[in-house]
Design a protein around this ligand. Structure first.
Ligand code: ADP
Ligand code: MG
Length: 321
């Protein structure tokens, strides 16, 4: 049986880039360029709660880092490196090898090397904790509290596929192999919008990543910015695979569906052209879906401008105070 140290050496030790001290000492070290702030975020993923026990370990390694990179993206921060905490109920090397492969591939793609962590046996379920570090010029981070009345509300990418895949896998929807095949990638292989986050600096007034669903996450921007919003349902960028869904599951997927890891952000209407150019340069599709209003509260209107009734659960939590 391989020891903890063998496993760390085999699967989690990679040469750190020049100027960084990576795995092997008591702490990792990285420089912070003058005039920049460190942006850091942690996400904890628990078996049974955040992923299915039988999920492809390579996809899990990817997603464990992707959800953290998405937080850097939402702040407009450039990745520096990450650390990984693993509580493992058993040591199954093929599983670890696949997990590490998915993790390191995304780390390499975003210049976010694994520079430390902790590994322990656990008597309980698998738990994965990733912390990312990034850098952003002081004062330029995209925060939740900067939305201004009159701003456009934008979202990147497409919405809803991850929610449908989750409900199919969870048995909430009758099994549908074609629909699962068309949506599963969104749930298991989210692509963090790091380049878009960087491109939005100096253009967007506020940003958040869509981890808990559009209504909930936009609600956080509204609460922090003490503002309200009107969303146009017909303008939401629906994942094409959802075109056959009934109205209720479609609303649930687009407005309430989590695990999206696209960005929702606000920007002055005067910056539309600059914003579209920035998104194009980042290779991201962005869609204008609504407007920030001065008074608190949120409405979602249909194609005729009528407010939608029966919004997905979670809507009541939106801060109207
Ligand atoms: P310590 O006793 O200081 O906690 P460890 O023996 O736990 O050190 O870890 C040895 C080295 O391996 C440290 O540099 C630590 O950051 C790194 N490490 C441990 N587990 C992981 C992991 N899962 N991923 C990356 N690095 C790890
Ligand atoms: Mg340790």
């Amino acid at each position: 049986m391989a020891s903890e140290f063998d496993l760390i050496a085999r699967y989690f030790t990679r040469a750190a880039p020049n100027g960084l001290l990576g795995v092997g000492d008591d702490c990792a070290l990285f420089p912070v360029p003058p005039g920049e702030q460190v942006a850091t975020s942690t996400d904890l993923l628990l078996e049974g709660r955040h992923f299915f026990p039988d999920v492809d370990p390579k996809a899990l390694g990817h997603k464990a880092l992707a959800v953290n990179l998405s937080d850097l993206a939402a702040m407009g921060a450039r990745p520096i490196g990450c650390v990984l905490g693993l509580a493992l109920p058993h040591l199954h090397e093929p599983w670890l090898a696949a997990f590490a492969e998915g993790f390191h591939a995304l780390a390499a793609a975003h210049g976010c090397p694994l520079i430390g962590g902790d590994t322990t046996r656990s008597a309980h379920d698998l738990a994965i904790s990733v912390t990312v570090f990034g850098a952003v010029p002081a004062g330029q981070a995209l925060r939740r509290d900067g939305a201004q009345a009159g701003d456009d509300i934008w979202v990147s990418g497409e919405l809803g596929a991850a929610d449908v895949a989750y409900r199919l896998l969870d048995g909430q929807y009758p099994s549908d192999a074609a629909l699962l095949a068309a949506t599963r990638g969104a749930l298991e292989w989210p692509e963090p919008q790091v380049a878009l986050g960087l491109a939005l600096r100096g253009i967007a007034n506020a940003a958040i990543d869509l981890s808990d669903g559009l209504l909930q996450d936009l609600g956080h921007i509204l609460a922090a910015s003490r503002a309200g919003a009107c969303l146009r349902f017909a303008d939401l960028p629906m994942a094409p695979a959802l075109s056959g869904l009934d109205a209720a599951p479609l609303q649930r997927a687009l407005l309430g569906g989590g695990d999206v890891y696209q960005l929702c952000f606000t920007a002055p209407a005067s910056r539309r052209e600059a914003l579209l150019a920035a998104a194009a340069s980042a290779g991201s599709r962005v869609t204008r879906v609504g407007e920030i209003l001065p008074q608190p509260g949120m409405t979602v209107v249909d194609a005729h401008g009528q407010p939608l009734a029966d919004l997905p659960a979670g809507f009541d939590h939106f801060p109207a105070d």
